[in-house]
Design a protein around this ligand. Structure first.
Ligand code: F6P
Length: 254
């Protein structure tokens, strides 16, 4: 029975890779939304994709979120020449789920180094530029992020992420009115892959991803199907790691 499920998933992986125009799709059996063991597996599968792409002296940028926290925890190999950086700063997550925290945890697991972005949440671009101008260390980290070889990031539902970040009701309404269903890197996306709102912050945006060799997105659960489609539709991901529940829900949408 297990072999049969795996076999079907391999077919679905190929189908989604083709339809979403991705280099690779990895689907783990089960539903990570309902089962914490599957959440852990999603982290492990993503860590193993990272391992395949990670060479010496690379910069790895990571996003925040509970799924990415599982990815960092699951890293069980060492590449000490790695530097891990947060992909973006100040997106308004609790400490455990901040990209800074995940970067530090992952770097320690790899036996490598990390550099952190200490910037406040909810600051406009102009103020951020002024902060960068006055802080050479911060500027160096910001430059380093842009040179990342690998990005690993989570994907969330637009409305849920806007709420989780405590955005103003008017902003949330505006984002929803523009049809946003998915969010990644502080950017809210509508189907089939249009960025409709960008949180001001420092670091990588979806537009920058073309310059990064490997972009690994991770997200599971059927509730995230549209979110995954919208973010994948922006066209810059290379690998998607997801679960059976999300993959089957996506299949029904495409
Ligand atoms: O806030 C960081 C982030 O990676 C978001 O870009 C993404 O939408 C979210 O976390 C995913 O969070 P979770 O894995 O907890 O659903």
């Amino acid at each position: 029975e297990y072999i049969r499920i795996l076999h079907n998933l391999v077919g679905l992986e190929a189908e989604l890779a083709q339809r979403l125009n991705l280099m690779q799709v990895v689907i783990i059996p089960g539903d990570s939304e309902a089962d914490s063991a599957v959440r852990r597996e999603l982290g492990r599968a993503t860590a193993s994709v990272l391992r395949q792409h990670l060479g010496d002296n690379m910069i790895v940028a990571v996003s925040g979120g509970s799924t990415m926290a599982k990815v960092a925890e699951a890293v069980n190999f060492s590449v000490p020449t790695t530097t891990v950086v947060p992909a973006r700063g100040g997106l308004g997550e609790v400490v455990e789920y901040q990209a800074n925290t995940i970067a530090a945890v992952m770097a320690n697991k790899l036996g490598g180094r990390y550099r952190l972005l200490h910037i406040p949440d909810g600051v406009n671009e102009e103020t951020l530029e002024a902060i960068l101008d006055g802080d050479t260390n911060l500027r160096a980290v910001a430059d380093m992020i842009k040179k990342a070889n690998i990005l690993v990031h989570g994907i969330g539902q637009a409305g849920e992420m806007a709420e989780r970040r405590g955005m103003a009701a008017a902003t949330i309404a505006d984002i929803e009115q523009h049809g946003a269903v998915g969010e990644a890197l502080g950017q809210y996306c509508a189907l089939p892959g249009k960025i409709v709102y960008v949180t001001s912050s420092i670091g990588l945006k979806l537009d920058d991803l073309a310059g990064i060799d490997t972009v690994i997105a991770v997200a599971g659960g059927s509730a995230k199907a549209k979110a995954i489609l919208a973010v994948a539709g922006t066209g810059e991901q290379s690998v998607l790691v997801t679960d059976e529940a999300a993959a089957k829900a996506i299949q029904l949408l495409i």
